[in-house]
Design a protein around this ligand. Structure first.
Ligand code: FES
Ligand code: MG
Length: 590
């Protein structure tokens, strides 16, 4: 392969600098201990990092440990030298108190590795929820040539002849457990059947959504996001990705050429079309901010709300990862968006073609999985961004607002799309579990369940807890969901039409801290507002009486995180880290 530009590779500062022979010798001799020759290290071949997010602790990404072999073969065949290294693990389901706490930690660690070691480019292995944004945030900050290799979803789950999706089945079957329709054994059998193989969640939860958005941004090869983890195509994609990163290095194609504002707008359009996870807005905003691009919830509102839902995957629809892949995956979604004029065609991608060229060539193979925008599953299906007299912003995922919810809450004559509800307020998930069955709360179908203390500072990282179930006495009556509101997040696999990511959160004195049980809230989706029905004087009095109540940090990182983190509305970033440094540039030598 030929270098298109006559530039010295970054790694040559370490391995081939006769003016600093002593240091060069130290660098070269130590890497030779893996059997590399001096000739290899000093021949100006690109040194390619493989940022390994898989490990025994991160089961959703664990197969990347094997896939790395195919990445390495691709790198070698393209003339590069691979160097695999670990990324701080992020396991969505296991990490306590929240996996979200580690997105920024993994990001920081990865930035230091990319800056401080002799790497010319990097393959970012992604999969489980936060691994994808953590890697892309680091690519954005460093601007080192980078390419994403997704690990891919698990095979589809089946139980008694029905398709069941990871995560989503938990939210549905816990209702069956609560109402006594199944017991603990039945619950365990059903929920574990949803996850039949290696790979990340097979629903359109945060993992599949974020990998799809990485592809829509142009950061992975076409089709990469959806290939199920066990398929042979996954290994082939790993090989192609390894080859391609060498070409990106030799042509000096960097994340800043790919992740432009228009590319982020494409990703927002794709998110709406997918019925993507409610975690996508903070993650995408965080990646953009680290890129130095001004992206906010306003972009989600302006670009995203009008886009229709066209992908029929759980939790908004009925299919899973395998069906999505066979129907054409992300390129087919881009195709439909392009046909309706929703795509910025000219955006560059890591495969050298524009996103418009990729979209044009990839119609869907299954119109029951990927619909045309003209006859979608649902019109105007993006997130809406709400505000009100006691908070600045919150989001609601319109693609999961079902007919039952509409009928019960949004169709009062004279008040379409709005409802009044009595608030039942919980101080975090532990309080919710302790008191939800308390008869004194007198919870009925006109209540809205409120949870606070679950934001980035309050429950460090912010907890996925806003999709709360009603008390079992209501569920037994057939009321299986109530409107919910909170300063935390909810799982991307949940179909709950919750109002979440409320900012500012209660721990930093956001107005949600001032709500009291039995307050009346007026939710108006046409005006995108939620207002507390008390007078300003009363609200002010509560504000004066409020005292902060942040739980003690359990680890040094939790404490540092709390000192530095911003709100979900602006991506939950470590604020001092968003200064746009040119981390890898001539002005900032390693
Ligand atoms: Fe890891 Fe869903 S828990 S992808
Ligand atoms: Mg989650």
């Amino acid at each position: 392969m030929q270098k298109n530009n006559n530039f010295r590779l970054r790694s040559q500062q370490w391995f081939d600098d006769p003016s600093h022979a002593d240091m060069t010798a130290l660098y070269v001799e130590r890497y030779m201990n893996q059997g590399l020759t001096r000739e290899e290290l000093q021949s100006g071949r690109p040194i390619i990092g493989i940022a390994q997010t898989g490990s025994d602790l991160t089961p959703c990404n664990r197969h990347h440990v094997q896939l790395a072999q195919r990445i390495k073969e691709g790198i070698r065949d393209a003339g590069g030298i691979p160097m695999e290294f670990p990324v701080h693990p992020i396991a969505e389901q296991t990490r306590r108190p929240t996996a979200a706490l580690d997105r920024n930690l993994a990001y920081l660690g990865l930035v230091e590795i990319l800056h401080g070691y002799p790497l010319d480019g990097v393959v970012l292995t992604t999969g489980c929820d936060k691994t994808t944004p953590a890697c892309l945030m680091a690519a954005a900050t460093t601007d080192l040539p980078s390419i994403v290799l997704s690990g891919g979803p698990m095979l589809d789950g089946h139980h008694k002849g029905e398709l069941i999706g990871s995560g989503t089945v938990i939210w549905s079957s816990r209702k069956l457990l609560a109402t006594g329709k199944i017991d603990y054994e039945g619950f365990m059998e059903m929920t574990t059947a949803a996850s039949p193989s290696i790979g990340h969640c097979n629903t359109m939860g945060t993992a599949l959504s974020m990998n799809a958005l990485a592809e829509a941004l142009g950061m992975s090869l076409p089709g990469c996001a959806s290939i199920p983890a066990p398929y042979r195509e996954r290994g082939q994609m790993a090989y192609a990705t390894g080859k391609r990163i060498c070409e990106l290095v030799l042509n000096d194609i960097r994340p800043s050429h790919i992740m432009t504002k228009e590319a982020f707008h494409n990703a927002i359009a794709v998110a709406s079309a997918l019925g993507a996870s409610t975690n996508c807005p903070p993650h995408l905003i965080a990646i953009a901010r680290h890129m130095g691009i001004d992206l906010s919830l306003d972009d989600w509102q302006e670009v995203g709300e009008d886009i229709p839902l066209i992908v029929n995957c759980m939790p908004a629809g009925k299919h899973l990862g395998e069906g999505f892949h066979r129907a054409g995956g992300v390129p087919a979604v881009l195709h439909e968006l392009q046909k309706s004029g929703y795509l910025h065609d000219q955006c560059e991608t890591v495969n050298g073609k524009t996103i418009g060229e990729i979209a044009a060539k990839n119609p869907t193979h299954n119109a029951d999985v990927i619909y045309p925008c003209t006859t979608p599953l649902k019109h105007r299906a993006g997130f809406i961004v709400l505000s009100g007299n006691f908070f600045d912003s919150a989001i609601m995922k319109m693609s999961v607002v079902g007919e039952a919810f509409k009928k019960t809450y949004l169709s009062e004559p004279g008040a379409e799309n709005s409802f009044k509800a009595r608030a039942i307020v919980f101080e975090g998930p532990e309080d919710y579990h302790a008191r939800i069955e308390d008869p004194e709360l007198n919870i009925d179908e006109r209540c809205i369940l409120v949870i606070r203390g679950a934001g980035t500072v309050g429950y460090p990282g912010s907890a996925e807890v806003v999709n709360m179930d009603p008390p079992s006495k209501l569920m037994k009556k057939g009321v299986t969901s109530l409107p919910c509101l909170g300063d935390g997040r909810q799982s991307g696999t949940s179909a709950s039409p919750s109002i979440l990511n409320m900012s500012p959160e209660s721990a930093v004195g956001g107005g949600i801290a001032l709500l009291q049980t039995n307050d009346i809230l007026l939710v108006d989706l046409n005006k995108r507002s939620i207002n507390l029905q008390i007078d300003d004087a009363e609200l002010e009095k509560r504000r004066q009486e409020w005292t902060p109540n942040i739980p003690a940090s359990q680890t040094p990182w939790q404490e540092l995180y709390r000192q530095l983190v911003g709100q979900l509305s602006t991506g939950g970033c470590l604020e001092p880290a968003t200064l746009h440094l040119k981390v890898i540039s001539k002005d900032n030598p390693p």
